[in-house]
Design a protein around this ligand. Structure first.
Ligand code: PAF
Length: 281
């Protein structure tokens, strides 16, 4: 069932068994296999699955791709039902941000300021605002987020702890295409050549992880290695390549705790994210 009004979704969920476990999968639509893996996981772990589809204006800066962000609600609904969603919540901008809207949720500090926060200063404020609104509307037991957006996941975990949400955040593995490119709705913007060159991202991350497992703990060395590989691609423009603590996202010089190598790289107008976890050896 597609629902566009907050009151209707609340009414519908209220009519269910109060003990029913609700799983929420927040998305901006244009679903790919990565999203479908979140829906399937939610289906397996809950009685009711709510998928939200909302291209959230407050997480885009004025110069970003809000207007051109790919949208295909009809196709999304088909895919979502096939993967096990019961409800698709697809509200309008006005429904989520009515007249005189003034309240924002902001996770403060380095966790939001580094990595993507440097080039997208208000992005995470928009994300945490819409995610907390969705949490309040759906009141799920479990909420599902992809690990490709590693910083988003850490910030949401922080918000859930800090604001005492009684919601289990379920991190789901990155889904890649057959060549290793992390799936993203923004891959739709890539030319064939850019798509080919972008494979360097997952390859260089994997190679750096092998170097780490073979004994290289110096973060500068691993970052230098990855940057060199990426810079050899004519269409690539690095936004950042960083190695950070997995929970706090603080930069690390010597890798001696669970960490992530995270990167953002432009290929034309697509800004692609990828990361790899370095577990304790
Ligand atoms: O990851 C996304 O698609 C979005 O940032 C989210 C979590 C749906 C909030 O708009």
């Amino acid at each position: 069932m597609i629902i566009s009004k907050v009151a209707d979704l609340r009414q519908e969920l209220k009519s269910k068994d109060p003990g029913a476990k609700v799983g929420l999968v927040p998305t901006m639509g244009y679903l790919h296999r990565g999203h479908l893996s979140l829906i399937e996981r939610a289906r397996a772990e809950n009685d009711i699955v709510v998928l939200s589809i909302f291209v959230n204006p407050t997480q885009f800066a004025p110069n970003e791709d809000f207007d051109s962000y790919p949208r295909d609600l009809e196709k999304d609904c088909k895919l979502a039902y096939q993967s096990g969603a019961n409800y698709i919540f697809a509200p309008s901008d006005k429904e989520m941000y009515g007249a005189n809207y003034s309240t924002y949720v902001n996770v403060d500090g380095n966790i939001s300021r580094g990595l993507c926060g440097k080039s997208r200063p208000n992005h995470f404020r928009g994300v945490t605002t819409i995610v907390s609104k969705l949490f309040n509307i759906v009141n799920p037991s479990n909420a599902y987020f992809g690990m490709k957006d590693a910083q988003q996941l850490s910030i949401i975990n922080r918000m859930v702890k800090d604001l005492n949400y009684n919601i289990n955040i379920v991190p789901c593995p990155i889904v890649r295409d057959e060549n290793g490119l992390a799936l993203s709705s923004r891959n739709a913007y890539l030319t064939d050549e850019a798509k080919k060159q972008a494979l360097i991202l997952s390859r260089s991350l994997k190679e750096a992880k092998t170097l780490y497992l073979e004994g290289e703990n110096n973060a500068q060395e691993l970052k230098r290695y990855i940057r060199g590989k990426i810079n050899s691609m004519s269409l690539a423009k690095i936004d950042y390549v960083e190695i950070v603590d997995q929970e706090t996202l603080e930069n690390i010089d010597y890798i001696n705790r669970p960490s992530i190598i995270a990167l953002a790289v432009y290929f034309g107008k697509s800004r692609l994210l990828d990361n790899i976890v370095l577990e304790d050896k």
